[in-house]
Design a protein around this ligand. Sequence first.
Ligand SMILES: *[C@@H]1O[C@H](CO)[C@@H](O)[C@H](O)[C@H]1NC(C)=O
Ligand SMILES: *[C@@H]1O[C@H](CO)[C@@H](O)[C@H](O)[C@H]1NC(C)=O
Ligand SMILES: *[C@@H]1O[C@H](CO)[C@@H](O)[C@H](O)[C@H]1NC(C)=O
Ligand SMILES: *[C@@H]1O[C@H](CO)[C@@H](O)[C@H](O)[C@H]1NC(C)=O
Ligand SMILES: *[C@@H]1O[C@H](CO)[C@@H](O)[C@H](O)[C@H]1NC(C)=O
Ligand SMILES: *[C@@H]1O[C@H](CO)[C@@H](O)[C@H](O)[C@H]1NC(C)=O
Ligand SMILES: *[C@@H]1O[C@H](CO)[C@@H](O)[C@H](O)[C@H]1NC(C)=O
Ligand SMILES: *[C@@H]1O[C@H](CO)[C@@H](O)[C@H](O)[C@H]1NC(C)=O
Ligand SMILES: *[C@@H]1O[C@H](CO)[C@@H](O)[C@H](O)[C@H]1NC(C)=O
Ligand SMILES: *[C@@H]1O[C@H](CO)[C@@H](O)[C@H](O)[C@H]1NC(C)=O
Length: 515
Amino acid sequence: MKPLSFALLLLTCLLHFTPADAIPARIRRQLQGNSGMVTMPLKRHHVSRGVGLHPQVSTQQHINRASKRLARMTGREEPSERALRSELHKRLYLLEDGAGSRSGAPAAAQGLNFSGKYRSGLAAAAVMKNGTMGSGMGNSTKGTGNGTVAGGNGTSNGVSPLDIQAATNGGVTVAKPPTVNNSLGLDIEANDVAYIATVQIGTPPRDFKLLMDSGSADFWVAGENCQSQQGGCGNHTTLGAQGSSSFVQSNQQFEVTYGSGAVQGLLCQDNVNIAGLALNNHTFGVATAESIQFASATTPFDGLMGLAQSKLSQEKVLTPVESLASNKIIQSPVTSFKIPRLADQLNDGQVTFGGLDASKFVANTLVTIPNVNNLGFWEGVMDTITVNGTNAGLTGRTAILDTGTTLILAPPSDAQKVMQSLGGACDAQQCTIPCTTKTSLALSFGNASFAIDPRDLAVLPIDPNNPTGTCTAGIQPQQIGTATEWLVGDVFLKNAYFSTNVATNQISLAKLTTN
Ligand SMILES: *[C@@H]1O[C@H](CO)[C@@H](O)[C@H](O)[C@H]1NC(C)=O
Ligand SMILES: *[C@@H]1O[C@H](CO)[C@@H](O)[C@H](O)[C@H]1NC(C)=O
Ligand SMILES: *[C@@H]1O[C@H](CO)[C@@H](O)[C@H](O)[C@H]1NC(C)=O
Ligand SMILES: *[C@@H]1O[C@H](CO)[C@@H](O)[C@H](O)[C@H]1NC(C)=O
Ligand SMILES: *[C@@H]1O[C@H](CO)[C@@H](O)[C@H](O)[C@H]1NC(C)=O
Ligand SMILES: *[C@@H]1O[C@H](CO)[C@@H](O)[C@H](O)[C@H]1NC(C)=O
Ligand SMILES: *[C@@H]1O[C@H](CO)[C@@H](O)[C@H](O)[C@H]1NC(C)=O
Ligand SMILES: *[C@@H]1O[C@H](CO)[C@@H](O)[C@H](O)[C@H]1NC(C)=O
Ligand SMILES: *[C@@H]1O[C@H](CO)[C@@H](O)[C@H](O)[C@H]1NC(C)=O
Ligand SMILES: *[C@@H]1O[C@H](CO)[C@@H](O)[C@H](O)[C@H]1NC(C)=O
C-alpha cells in the first residue's frame, strides 16, 4: 500500500494536478504546456528493502500505473487515485482472505503464501523451458522461430529459478560488452523489470546509471542537492558544480510525472559521453526532488534517459539521440534496442545510437512501419494477433512500444479473448496463466509476425514455492486510451529487435538472431 499512498502524496503535494479533460485536443495542449501532466513510463515501484509484495498485488499496481499513464497519453479521463487504490485494496483483501472463488481466476487465490517472498514490486518473470518457439506463428520468416530456446538449461517446466531469485533479491545483471560501436550494454534490473545503461557525465567524467526508456522523452539525473521524502536521494551518483567543473546550472524548472514516481528539478548543461560519443554542453535535467521510487538506495539507477521524440519532452529540449544527430556526431536519430531476457543468461542487452546492430537480427526479417502517434510516443499498427498461429480476430489494433514498461497492457475484452485462447483466465482486474504454458502469442507489424516466447507470458508464480502452478500473466487487462490501443512493453520487446528513427518517424522490428 505504501507506494500508492506515496503516489497520492506526490500527486497532491508535488504536482499541480488537475483532472484530465476528455477532449483530446485540449489535453494535447495541456500535455504540451507546463502543467506537468504528461506521464510517462510505467515503472516498477521500488519498494523498501525487506518489504515483499505479492505478485498479484504488484501486478495490480503495475496495471494501475499503466492505466494512469495511458489515460494521460491518450487524453482520456484518468481513473482516480481512489479507484486505483480501491482496486488494490480489493485485491489485497482477496489474497489475504484466501478467497478462491472469484470467477475467471479460481486458481489464482490458492496456495498463497502471503508472507511475501518477492522483494521486487513488479516482476516480469519468464518461464524457463527447453521448448521450441514460434513455429506455426503466422507467416514467420526463417532464421528464428524453430530453434531451441537459448539458455534454458532445465528439463523441468515452470518459471526459471533465476527469475524467482531475481524477483526476490532485486539486483542487476550486468550486460556483456556491446558488439558494435556507438552502443551501450543494457543491464537487467531484477527479473526483466527494466534495463539500465551507463553513461559518463561531467568533468572529470563519472559513470551514471540510467534507465533506458523508449516511452518518455526526458533525460535527467539526480542533482547534488537532491531531496526526497526520506531526506537525500539515496546513495546515487549525483551531478552538480562540486563534482563537475563543466556543469552549468540554469534556473529553468522541469517536472515529470511517471506511472510510478515523479521528479522535479532544474535544467543544466554539461558534457555527456554516450558510448564514446561526446555530447558536449548538452541540456538536460538535474533533479532537486525525487519520489522514493527513484531516490531509494535500492533503486539501481541514478536517472533516466527518455528516447521517445522530444515533442513529448517536459524539459522541452532535444533527446540525446536527437542532439547527437543534429550535431552530426551520428548520421541519423536512430535508437535500436536488443532487450535481453534474464532466463537466457546471454546478458546480450544493448542499445545502439545512430544505427542498428546487424549481428543482432535476421536481415531479411526487418520491417519498417510508420509511427502513428502524434504526441511523440512510438506506436505502430498491429496487423494481426495470433495464438499458436490462429488469428485471434482482433483488427485495427495499435501498440505503443515501450522499453520502460515491463508487461503488455491490452483493453480488457482483448486481454480476455487472447488470454482465453492462451489457456489463461482473466477477471476484471487481472489475468493469470499456467506457469508451464507452451502456447505462443504473436503480434504482427508490417505484415511480419513476431512470436512471444511462452516463457515471457508467465510472470511469477503466485506461490513462489510452486513455479509450475499458476502465474500472473505477461498480458494484463486495462481499459485505457482507445478500445484498440495496447501498451506493449518488454514482454514483447524481448522477442524482437526494435529500432526507432526520429527523422523518418518510423519504427523497425526484426527477428532476433539469438532465439
Ligand atoms: C511462507 O513463506 C515463509 C517465508 O518464506 C515461510 O517461512 C513459511 O513457512 C511459508 N508458509 C507456508 C504456509 O508455506
Ligand atoms: C521446425 O520444427 C519442426 C518440428 O519440430 C521440424 O519438423 C522442422 O524440420 C523444423 N524446421 C527447421 C527449418 O528446422
Ligand atoms: C533442448 O531441446 C533440444 C531439442 O529438443 C535438445 O537437442 C537439447 O539437448 C535440449 N537441451 C537440454 C539442455 O535439455
Ligand atoms: C541450470 O543452471 C543452473 C545455473 O547455471 C545450475 O545451477 C542448475 O544446476 C542447472 N540445472 C539443470 C537442471 O541443469
Ligand atoms: C569502432 O570504432 C573504432 C574506432 O573508432 C574503429 O577502429 C572500429 O573499426 C570500429 N568498429 C566497428 C565494428 O565499427
Ligand atoms: C552551452 O549551451 C547553452 C544553451 O544552449 C548556451 O547558452 C551556451 O552558450 C553553451 N556554452 C558553450 C560553452 O557552448
Ligand atoms: C547503495 O545502497 C544499496 C542498498 O543499501 C547497496 O546495495 C548499494 O551497493 C549501494 N551503492 C553504492 C554505490 O554504495
Ligand atoms: C500451442 O502449441 C503448443 C506447442 O505445439 C502446444 O503445447 C499448446 O498446447 C498449444 N496451445 C493451444 C492453446 O493450442
Ligand atoms: C501488408 O500487406 C498488404 C497486403 O498485401 C499490403 O497492402 C501492405 O502494404 C503491406 N504492409 C506493409 C507495411 O508491408
Ligand atoms: C506468407 O507466406 C506465404 C507463403 O509462404 C508467402 O507467399 C507470403 O509472401 C508471406 N507473406 C509475408 C507477409 O511474409
